[in-house]
Design a protein around this ligand. Structure first.
Ligand SMILES: NC(=O)c1ccc[n+]([C@@H]2O[C@H](COP(=O)([O-])OP(=O)(O)OC[C@H]3O[C@@H](n4cnc5c(N)ncnc54)[C@H](OP(=O)(O)O)[C@@H]3O)[C@@H](O)[C@H]2O)c1
Length: 267
C-alpha cells in the first residue's frame, strides 16, 4: 500500500497532538490538517498556538504539561468540545547536562512532560479512544530509548520508559481495534537541541527533517506497527545497541554524548 493511502486511516477522525507548536509535532499537525483530519494540538505559547492555528486550520489549546495541576482543566476543556479518536504524545524536552550538574527542578519538569503527562493522557482519554475500532495512540520516544545516555541520563531514562510503556500498551490493546505505536527518532531538526543545551547548540549535524519523521510516525500508527525507527542509520544504531554489552555501549555513547564541541547528546 502507498504511504499516502495508509494516511487515509486518519480521515473522519479527531486527533490530539501534544507539542504541536514546533518541530515534529508541528509537522504532524500540518500533515494531518492537510488530509482534512480534525486536529487539536497544544503547547504553552499562546502566540505560537495562534499562528499554527491560523496556518493549518487546526484548533489549539494552551497547557503546560509539566504542571500536574493543569491536566484536569486541560482535559475538561478538551472534552467539552471534542471526542478524541487518536492521541499523539509528542511534547517532550531534553536536558543535555551531566547529572551531577543538572538542576533538580528541570529534571522533574522533564519527567512530568516526557512521562507523567503521557500516562495521564493515555489513561484519561483511552475510554474515548477505544469506544469504537479505529482509535490510536502514538508515543514519541527516541533512539535514546534503546541505550544508556551518559550526559543526559534522565532524558534517556524517560525515553526508555516510553518504549516499555508503549510496547506493553500495544499488547494490552491488541485485538481491541486500538492501534498503539512508538516512534523512535534520532537527531531531528527542531528546537529540541537549542533548548536542551540552553542555546549553546543550534541544531544537530546530519539531522533528519521533522516532516520526514512526522510522516513515518503517522504512517506507522496507521499500520499499527509497534515500533517505528525512521532512517537507515538510526535503525543500524538501534540494532547495534541491542547486541552490544552495556559496558561497551557506555563507552560508545559516552564518547558520542560528550564530544568536545558539546554537540553530542542523546536525541
Ligand atoms: N529533535 C530531536 O533530535 C529528537 C530526537 C528524538 C526524539 N525527539 C522527541 O521528539 C519530540 C518532539 O520534539 P521536537 O524535536 O519536535 O522538539 P521541539 O521543536 O522543541 O518541540 C517540542 C514541543 O513540545 C512542546 N512542549 C515542551 N514542553 C512542554 C510543556 N511543558 N507543556 C506543553 N508542551 C510542551 C513544545 O511547546 P512549547 O513551545 O510550548 O514549549 C513544542 O511544541 C519530543 O518528545 C522529543 O523528545 C526529538
Amino acid at each position: 500500500m502507498q504511504k499516502s493511502d495508509r494516511l487515509q486511516w486518519y480521515k473522519n477522525k479527531t486527533v490530539l497532538v501534544t507539542g504541536g507548536t514546533s518541530g515534529i509535532g508541528l509537522e504532524m499537525v500540518r500533515q494531518l490538517a492537510g488530509l482534512g483530519t480534525k486536529v487539536v494540538f497544544c503547547g504553552r505559547d499562546p502566540q505560537a498556538i495562534e499562528s499554527v492555528s491560523r496556518a493549518t486550520g487546526a484548533d489549539g489549546l494552551c497547557v503546560d504539561l509539566s504542571r500536574h495541576e493543569e491536566l484536569p482543566r486541560f482535559l475538561t476543556a478538551l472534552r467539552a468540545k471534542y471526542r478524541i479518536d487518536i492521541l499523539v504524545n509528542n511534547a517532550g524536552l531534553g536536558d543535555i547536562t551531566d547529572f551531577c550538574q543538572a538542576d533538580t527542578q528541570t529534571l522533574l519538569s522533564m519527567q512530568s512532560v516526557n512521562m507523567d503527562a503521557v500516562v495521564v493522557l493515555c489513561r484519561e482519554l483511552l475510554p474515548e479512544i477505544s469506544r469504537q475500532p479505529g482509535g490510536g495512540i502514538l508515543n514519541v520516544g527516541s533512539v535514546a530509548s534503546f541505550f544508556p545516555t551518559p550526559g543526559s541520563a534522565v532524558y534517556g531514562a524517560t525515553k526508555h520508559f516510553i518504549a516499555g510503556f508503549t510496547d506493553a500498551l500495544h499488547g494490552e490493546l491488541a485485538g481491541k481495534g486500538v492501534h498503539v505505536t512508538g516512534i523512535y527518532p534520532g537527531k531531528t531538526s527542531s528546537r529540541f537541541l537549542v533548548r536542551a543545551t540552553r542555546g549553546k547548540n543550534a541544531d544537530w549535524d546530519k539531522a533528519m527533517a521533522a516532516d520526514v519523521v512526522a510522516r513515518a510516525a503517522l504512517s506507522g500508527l496507521a499500520c499499527n506497527r509497534i515500533r517505528v525507527i525512521p532512517g537507515l542509520s538510526n535503525k543500524v544504531i538501534v540494532l547495534i545497541a541491542k547486541f552490544l554489552p552495556t559496558q561497551i555501549l557506555l563507552r560508545v555513547t559516552g564518547v558520542r554524548t560528550k564530544s568536545p564541541s558539546g554537540q553530542g547528546g542523546a536525541s
